[in-house]
Design a protein around this ligand. Structure first.
Ligand SMILES: Nc1ncnc2c1ncn2[C@@H]1O[C@H](COP(=O)(O)OP(=O)(O)OP(=O)(O)O)[C@@H](O)[C@H]1O
Length: 676
């Protein structure tokens, strides 16, 4: 297939434009077909039953992509094709027309095992085979040591995950799942599935993945390209709204931070109404009507007529900017009618000419001024009078005082915009001009988004659909969502259904049970997670006399083990820990020290060449490591504005380990953890 693509000649195209187009198509195709010797072309086989309607007795190999032979017959079918479905869903109870399912095991690109499942035998017929039990190959895949960035799970997607992955494009789905249940994996595979099943539509409309931070995006950034999908954008909320700011003015940048109470209030859904009021209050009919001298005549549009026009435009429910653009024509039309009433017979060109006159344009501008959304938000935050008018009856006087900038900047270009401010500007911008909707948006760690942030995500899929992923127990922002019903309403997808994933693929039993001791405090309503891992894992909790010395010793032991190591520390102690590692001569990387901002996935992201990461607790979310060294739980709890948030942060940190978790502490452990 590669040879065939390489042999294509763009010179065959008729003209220059088509030639360029073809050339880039060939390049993209070559990129998509690039070989990775460590990734096998297939991982499964289905032998259909003779009785199956379409695939009578046929045999298919299932792989990451479609592979065809010289004459175009399929050798391997894409895992996303309909015919591959039974590979994920068939069971002895429901064989789906398949006689035999074979799984292949690979190591470093070499086939090392295969395993057959006879789907036609009666369920539970053979001793020790319950039908639902995990296969050895699946278990090996789950137990495999983790190194480097996240990998795809196409060979082992579980039935309950597959239901979400293959949900129809129109369906918005919300997935609540405990740590390590595969939410991120499922979201990414759903994106890949949708891109495959609706290639043309989605390459036009776009697919977007929103993650919590740049380190996380680097961690997941390879999954979609490895599945041949290089078209999905991956970014953070900050990346999304930061882009809006930049489009408005290259000098608008997010570089400020808000106190927790301020950011929470700015993220409150009432702010949407405050912004809308502030914007629409810009539309005001002046005391004088419009006067247009033309030849010997003066045409007038009275204020009551202008008010009618404004009311009509507002009742259409179009965006502020669109209605503003219509106003000169409406005014001109009134004048035209007056000309006709006076016995003239003007045609459409006259209306256009009138609409373009200085008088009409100037008057229209006065009625319906152009608005810079950043200036609008600046006005609200800097001028108590402006805020009071827009927030009357919505925000209390105290709340209004909370929002007020202590030192108002002179202009939006010199403002230290915070993320929450940028979200408000994004909201205002959407009222001025509709934000284009993508075909599908995957929002990961969505529990941490404020109502206003959810609205920002929601308008990017207003006519498309969304996959919302999260865990209420892992909510660590002060503005986090307390219920999925609320979150879905803010997203504008109140009808999305909530699915639960409960089988944990990452965290071994002993570790997850330890972490789950926090659940009654941090998320009383949630079911405790279960682990599908056979290994019980290793957990040790040790009180040490000196944290730094103990860390260096434990780090040396961990660094000698197979797999990745994450040293999770309270943010406040990162510098100290890094110094200790440096002194001990342990090579490491520090998360968060990579270049900030949205990650360019095409450029390849950052290399994961050092398997030892120092992870500030605030960046641990979504990541996993074979071995986790966790320092000073009490310090992690104390690093958050309140205790429950601190305990949730700790829960996130405790659930990153695949094989071993070593907890070192000098201060007493949070009492909610009980005794080890
Ligand atoms: N079906 C599966 N087969 C093999 N591995 C799986 C499967 N599902 C998930 N995993 C693995 O389990 C780990 C956790 O998955 P993932 O990060 O998607 O979970 P999560 O629910 O997003 O976790 P968190 O809540 O901590 O962010 C990953 O290493 C993933 O590859």
């Amino acid at each position: 297939m590669r040879d065939r693509t390489a042999a294509l000649d763009s010179a065959a195209a008729g003209d220059w434009v088509s030639q360029q187009f073809l050339e880039s198509a060939i390049l993209r195709r070559m990129k998509a077909l690039a070989d990775d010797p460590t990734v096998p072309l297939f991982f499964g086989r289905l032998d259909y039953d003779e009785a199956h309607e379409d695939a009578r007795g046929e045999r298919f190999y299932i792989g990451r992509r479609h592979v065809s032979d010289e004459v175009g017959d399929p050798l391997v079918v894409d895992w996303r094709a309909r015919i591959s479905l039974p590979f994920y869903r068939a069971s002895p109870r429901q064989p789906m027309g398949v006689r035999l399912r074979r799984r292949f095991g690979f190591q470093h690109g070499e086939m090392t095992a295969f395993e057959d499942e006879d789907l036609l035998r009666a369920p539970g017929e053979r001793p020790g085979e319950a039908g639902d039990e995990f296969s050895v190959i699946l278990e090996a895949e789950i137990e495999r040591p983790r190194v480097g960035p996240m990998r795809d799970i196409v060979a082992t997607i579980q039935p309950e995950q597959d239901v979400i992955v293959r949900a129809a494009l129109e369906e918005s789905v919300c997935v609540q799942g405990a740590p390590g249940t595969g939410k991120t994996a499922v979201g990414l595979h759903r994106a890949a599935f949708l891109l495959y099943s609706h290639r043309e539509q989605l390459s036009r409309q776009g697919v977007l993945v929103v993650g919590p931070n740049a380190s996380f995006l680097r961690y997941i950034g390879d999954v979609l390209p490895a599945l041949g999908e290089i078209d999905a954008q991956q970014t953070t909320i900050e990346g999304l709204v930061g882009a809006t700011l930049r489009r408005l003015n290259a000098k608008y940048v997010v570089r400020g931070a808000d106190a927790a109470d301020v950011a929470t209030l700015k993220g409150d859904e009432r702010m949407a109404q405050v912004i809308a009021r502030a914007l629409w209050s810009q539309v005001q009919v002046p005391a004088e009507g419009l006067v247009l001298p033309r030849g010997a005549r003066r045409w007038r549009v009275a204020t009551y007529e202008v008010e009618e026009i404004v009311a009509e435009l507002r009742s259409r429910g179009v965006r502020y900017g669109a209605a503003r653009a219509m106003l000169p024509q409406r005014l001109a039309h009134r004048i035209l009618t007056k000309m006709e009433d006076a016995g003239d017979s003007p045609d459409d060109r006259v209306q256009d000419a009138v609409a373009r006159t200085r008088e009409v344009k100037r008057y229209a501008d006065a009625v319906w001024p152009a608005v810079d959304p950043a200036r609008l938000v600046l006005g609200l935050l800097a001028d108590p009078g402006v805020l009071a008018r827009a927030a009357d009856g919505l925000l209390s006087a105290e709340e209004q005082a909370t929002l007020r900038w202590a030192k108002p900047p002179k202009a939006p270009t010199s403002a230290r915009w915070s993320l929450a401010d940028a979200v408000l500007i994004d909201e205002a911008q959407d009222l001025v001009e509709r934000t284009p909707s993508l075909g599908h948006v995957v929002a990961d760690e969505a529990q941490d988004l404020s109502p206003m942030m959810l609205r920002a995500v929601g308008r990017r899929c207003s006519t498309g659909s969304t996959t919302v992923l999260g865990d209420l127990a892992q909510a660590t922002t002060p503005w986090a969502t307390r219920s999925w019903t609320d979150a879905l309403r803010h997203l504008g997808k109140p009808d999305a259904h909530v699915e639960q994933l409960t089988q944990g693929f990452r965290v071994p039993g002993e570790v997850i049970e330890y972490a789950a001791r926090l659940l009654p405090t941090i998320a009383p309503g949630l079911q405790p997670p279960t682990s599908v891992r056979r290994a019980r894992g290793e957990l040790s909790v040790t009180r040490v006399p000196g944290l730094v010395a103990a860390t260096a010793a434990a780090a040396r032991t961990a660094a000698d083990q197979v797999g990745s190591v994450g040293l999770i520390t309270p943010d406040a102690r990162v510098a100290e820990v890094v110094a200790a590692l440096r002194e001990a001569g342990i090579a490491h990387a520090v998360l968060g020290e990579e270049p900030a901002g949205p990650v360019d996935v095409e450029a390849g992201g950052v290399e994961f060449d050092v398997p030892f990461d120092v992870v500030p607790a605030s960046l641990a979310k979504g990541l996993e490591f074979d071995h986790v060294l966790l320092l000073e739980p009490a310090g992690i709890v104390a690093g958050e504005p309140d205790r429950v948030t601190g305990l949730r942060r700790l829960y996130v940190c405790l659930t990153r380990a695949v094989t071993s978790l070593v907890v070192l502490h000098t201060e007493p452990l949070p009492e909610e953890l009980g005794t080890p």
